[in-house]
Write a new protein. Sequence first.
Length: 574
Amino acid sequence: MSLTILSLLLMLLMNLQNGKSDASIRCPFNLNCTNNNMKIIEIPTYPVPIKFNISDINYELRTIKLSDPGNCLPQLLLDRNFSSNFPFKDYHSYEFPRQFDVSFFNCSSVVQLIRSSNLMQHHGTQDIISCPIYVVDSDQETIVESDVLVYCTKLFDRVSPFSAYSIQDNRLLLTWSGTNFDIGCLKCKHKSKKTTLVILFSAGGIIGSTLLLLVLGTIVRIYRYFKMKGEDHVRIENFLKDYKALKPTRFSYADIKRITNKFKDKIGEGAHGAVYKGKLSSQILVAVKMLNNTEGDGKEFINEVGTMGKIHHLNVVRLLGFCADGFYRGLVYDLFPSGSLQKFLSPPNNKDAFLGWDTLQQIALGIANGIEYLHQGCDQRILHFDINPHNVLLDENFTPKITDFGLAKMCSKNRSTVSMTAAKGTLGYMAPEVFSRNFGNVSYKSDIYSYGMLLLEMVAGRKNTNTTTGEENLQVLYPDWIHDLLEGGDIQIPIDEEGDFRIPKKMAIVGLRCIQWQPMHRPSMKTVIQMLQGDGDKLKVPSNPFGPTTSTNSTASTVTKRINFELEVIQELD
């Protein structure tokens, strides 16, 4: 019913608009008329519109004269691009539309030379001292180059609707076709008091109708929102009924506010929600993560509670309880005051933050044991899909705890791959096959890749990625650096005070083995643990996954076909 009302109101507004001759004119530009009858035309260009003064309009000849208010038209046109449906053409051209090839030059560095030598006295009317951007037709560039342009710097060539002569003259004489736009677009509209009163009443009706539309639209959105949330709530309640046997405590929202002292102490915030410090008792400190409600199907909450409630391992965070009270959702787990591993990624020369290679090796081994448990120790294989330093917490003894299972997937242990409809994880840690199936199917080997990137960050003491130029230009930096050091035999990986480089070398080699492009070339986590526990002297440096030997199309294509044939894709478990 609400949609029918909206349709009727839209039709009413369209009829009102069609009844006003002035309002029905669609102009490809804006015309502003000042009190002293000066006309300013604003024409859409990219990236921002451009404004010209109108010095004259001849409606019979269909000509219009435009000029730049700043008296430097080349500068004004320097960073503007006109669309293909530009409504005017240069009066001096013989076809419509006519495009001119022009070249822009920057002559600001030779102003003093021009002043002393009087170079510009015979080149048009442009004062190059006050307007140092100079324009010539591209086919005339070589003719004047020996005179003026030899002292200037060429900026670029461009296709322009105006000739270089018109631009230099700072006056554009343009014409238009009778079919381009209504001539009323170029006339100032002087309204009588009666007309103004009619327009005010009409505007009042339109504003009232618009407000009604907005109210109705808001009601429809609110209805859909609460309908979606209601379905979400039912889905979560049905899940929790089946979940009672797993025994994590269920807290009400009032309990969560009491535990966190009304969310007084915020200790972190991520993409999925904020984390607060809380107390279950005077002895038991907890971390409470309140999940965002912006995405409404509840799958991420169900995923994390369902996964963490089944996990009991030294190197995985323990879920103590959860909150599913109306639309409020939260997770309660042990508090780790030391924070995440990200805080301790530091080069060895930073004595205040560096933990030492023995401690880092134990952390790496603990994370590996936790991932191995997820892959092999549960009834179903759990794929984490977001292994990174932020999702590894450290207790007071620097024992690592894997956390954040919002993106985790489960699959049968006798099947190794899962189907995915979109990439998920953290940039810089996602395996190549998560981006493109050309590298193989998504499997537990995707977690191996993420773990390898984490290991290399521990060795380098800093991030392996550079996103300062935007996510679309993500660059992998340090794996290649470490690989070159190892392959060259000149081990310059930072070492501890005892001068022992064996641990960082071993961790670097294991990390490089884990980040091979093809999943079939990465070791299992069980093999990773064995390599980390060994002495490392027999480990060989793998081929460089970032080098040219692995990037040829033929090799990649052959390996990909073999992987797609060998691994069977299965559906994700609900």
